[in-house]
Every structure is written in C-alpha cells, then in structure tokens.
Design a binder for this molecule. Structure first.
Ligand code: ADP
Ligand code: ASP
Ligand code: MG
Length: 412
C-alpha cells in the first residue's frame, strides 16, 4: 500500500469540530487508496499552558519532569483523532511515542530522534489498520523516560515517520496555506511561495519562521522526503500549499526569497573581560554548559588589555546565562566587571540562495533600515542569509521595509 504522512498542528485540532474536519481529510486519502500515518499536535494553546504550569511550579525545573508534563497534550489529541476516525468506520488506533517506540536521545526538552522501528506499526497495517495516529513531539529515551523534541517538534515527528516508513509524501497541515515570503501575520504583502528550496527553508526556520521546526527541514533534506505545507481550513486541492524541494526544481527565484524574525531576543554584554587567548573559550564554554543557546557574538575593540564581549540569546535564557557566568566568576574561571542585559531586542534576517551569486544585498538591507531610522546593534552573515539585531519596537517596520526593498511581493 502507498503511504502518506499527514501532520495536523495545534490550531487544526483545536476543537472537536476541527478534529472532525481533519479526520475527513484523512478519510479522503484512505479512500484514495493510501495507508496513513497521522501525526497530531496538542490542541492550540495547550502546550503553552502546560509549560506555564511547570515554570510556576519550579522555575529552574528538572527537564525530565517538564517532558512528562508537556508531552501530555498530544496524548489527548491522538486518542480523540483515533476515536473520530473509528466513528467514520475507518480502522484506526492511537500510538504514544513510547508505544511505537520512537527512540530519542536523553536531551530532555530538545531530544533528537535516533530510531523509529517500523515493525510494530507495520504489523498493525498488515492486520487491517488504515490509519496510525501518532502523538507528535514525544519519544522515549534509552533510560525509559518520556522525552520531547523542542517546541514545534511535531513537524519533526512527521518528517521522521515519513522517512522511516518511506512515505510518498509528508503533508504538514497548519493555519496558513503555505510558506510565505514573510510571516503573513506581520505583513499583508507577504506572498505565498509555490516552492521553496530546502536550504532556504532551513535558514528561514532556524531564523524564527516557526511554520516548520528547523530539525524537520534538516531531516526532509537528508532523507529526501517530499514535504508540503498547506492549510487544514481550505477546500481540498491536490496542488495546494508550498512544496519544500531541491533547489534544482525551482526555475526562477528572487535574490532574497524571504524575511524571517525572532522576536524575543536579548543582548548581553560582559563588560571588561581580559583580552587574551582562552577567554572567549572560557566564557562560551561556561554558557554552553549552562544550557544557553548563544546566537550572535561580537568582541569589541580592546583597550589596555581588556574588552567587552557581547552575545545574543533568547530572552528566556538570560537567567540561565546570568547564573552560569556568575558561578564561573566565583570559581575564578572567568573575570568581568559587569553584566549588562538589553531584553528589548529582536532579530530580523533576509534569506536567499541568490545571495551566493549576487553582491550588494547587505548594503541594500542596511540602507533600507537606515532610511527608517533603525539602528543596527549586531550583524551576522552566512552564505545565504544576513541577520541584524535591532530594537524590538522596530520589528514590524523592519520586516515591512525589507519586504518592500527586496520586492518580495513580486514573483521573480
Ligand atoms: P502549527 O500549530 O500548525 O504547527 P505554527 O504556529 O507552529 O502552526 O506555525 C504556523 C505559523 O507560522 C503561522 O500561523 C505563521 O504566523 C507563522 N509563520 C512565520 N513565518 C512564516 C512564513 N514565512 N510563512 C508562513 N507562516 C509563517
Ligand atoms: N505541541 C508542541 C508545541 O506546541 C509541539 C508542536 O505543536 O509541534 O510546541
Ligand atoms: Mg508548529
């Protein structure tokens, strides 16, 4: 039997009515002759609520218990989806991560998928099951503990199942009808893309476009999983949505194909650290051990053997960063005079594979921001992206200005 993976995000399973709607789409594919693996998220808002409960109970929580709590939202929707399908006379059952078993690393709250054995579920397909409904986002570690894959992790569950079972395609159903040139919630000029290259989608995702979890794009790229993003609210159309595919499949593209943003960033400066070999290694080693995901880094000009070291990280990791460097200072591992935190910044990035062959993109980007009076605090670049850290109050303005400057509302 040909097999499809269909993933429904939180808004697509937010109510019993929506679960029924999603189940109807699954039913259509079953009628088309497919066996289907359905991956479900928790109902919209549920995971946030669970995370809130954990943080209120224990601010610097034990990540194993965090996972035990936050994975539970998906269990509910998996069971409800299976029941809904059964009511439609479609042979279906639910699978929690440990039942598959979806094996992961032990990095709680951001575990990586290590293996998905297919025998259990294939045995059920052979017995007549038409739909296996899997609770997304969760797995089991070697120690036998429940793990989660990081926020947005159901996308990754979906792509990993598609790869493991050799699915014909992985369809990600969400609340927008595809991948846009920028977040359609920020700009009404955002344009839906029919196709986007894996590399570009990977950058957009890792720079904040949460329509797909970064790791899901990595897996799709590595295992050549045809990946499609589409709306669960629109009428059925076999050509709907955005196909994430190889660069070679895209005939024309703009130099810049998208603008991404990450709203909740912080800029942290360690004032007056010694400017000598080994200091950066000690500071960033300390932060990494403290579980801080450092993003951008700048080291200022040195004066009299001392310098300032600035980095950015998500705002919710500032407390961890602060604790890590303080402890390291107390233990004599690093030395600084002061720590200054700016919690009111965001990161805006432009992405495009066309940047490999075109120069001048950075200058054009900086001009556009300066025309709006937006000051740039930190810059980083790579082959196909340029990112800037700016004041958060300018986020929408910056996204709009860049979308206009690079004429993203027009097709190439
Ligand atoms: P789900 O719950 O279905 O997983 P998410 O909220 O995780 O949905 O992701 C979908 C959201 O991603 C959209 O509602 C949209 O606001 C946001 N988004 C950000 N950047 C983009 C983009 N470039 N294209 C489409 N959606 C985007
Ligand atoms: N429910 C989880 C989250 O909100 C996983 C997902 O939806 O992909 O992050
Ligand atoms: Mg998501």
């Amino acid at each position: 039997m040909p097999l499809l993976v269909m993933k429904f995000g939180g808004t697509s399973v937010a109510t019993l009515d929506r679960i029924r709607r999603a189940a109807k789409r699954v039913g259509r594919e079953v009628a088309n002759g497919y066996d289907v693996i359905v991956i479900v998220s928790a109902m919209a808002g549920k995971t946030n609520e669970l995370v809130g409960w954990v943080e209120e109970t224990s601010p610097l929580f034990d990540a194993r218990e965090y996972d035990a709590v936050v994975s539970s939202g998906e269990n509910v929707t998996a069971g409800l989806m299976a029941l809904t399908l059964q009511e439609m006379n479609i042979p279906a059952r639910s699978w929690q991560g440990w039942q598959v078993p979806l094996k992961t690393s032990s990095a709680h709250a951001s575990a990586r998928i290590e293996e998905i054995p297919t025998d259990n579920m294939n045995a059920k397909f052979a017995e007549g099951m038409k739909v296996g409904v899997v609770a997304g986002f969760q797995g089991i570690s070697e120690e036998g503990r429940i793990t989660t894959l990081g926020r947005g992790g159901s996308d990754t569950t979906a792509v990993a199942f598609a790869a493991a079972f050799g699915a014909e395609r992985c369809d990600i159903y969400t609340d927008v009808d595809g991948v846009y040139t920028t977040d359609p919630r920020i700009s009404d000029k955002a344009r839906k893309l029919d196709k986007i290259a894996f590399e570009e989608m990977l950058e957009l995702a890792s720079l904040g476009a949460k329509v797909l979890q970064t790791r899901s794009v990595e897996l799709a790229m590595r295992y050549k999983v045809p990946l499609r993003v589409l709306s669960s609210f629109e009428e059925y159309d076999p050509n709907a949505g955005t196909l994430v595919c190889d660069e070679e499949e895209i005939m024309e593209s703009n130099v810049v194909s998208g603008v991404a943003y990450s709203r909740d960033e912080a800029k942290v400066t360690l004032v007056s650290v010694a400017d000598r070999p080994g200091v950066a290694a000690a500071i960033f080693g300390t932060l990494s051990e403290g579980g801080v995901n450092v993003d951008m880094i700048i080291q200022n000009i040195s004066e009299e053997g001392r310098t300032d070291m600035t980095f950015s990280c998500p705002t919710n990791q500032v407390a961890r960063a602060d604790r890590a460097v303080q402890e390291a200072r107390e233990n004599g591992l690093i030395n600084y005079h002061d720590i200054v935190v700016d919690n009111e910044v965001c990161k805006v990035s432009v992405v495009g594979i066309g940047m490999r062959s075109h120069t001048g993109v950075a200058a054009k980007m900086f001009d556009a921001l300066s025309d709006e009076g937006i000051n740039i605090k930190v810059i980083t670049t790579s082959e196909i992206k340029i990112s800037v850290l700016i004041d958060r109050k300018y986020l929408e303005l910056a996204v709009q200005a860049l979308h206009d400057t690079f004429e993203l509302e027009k097709t190439a």
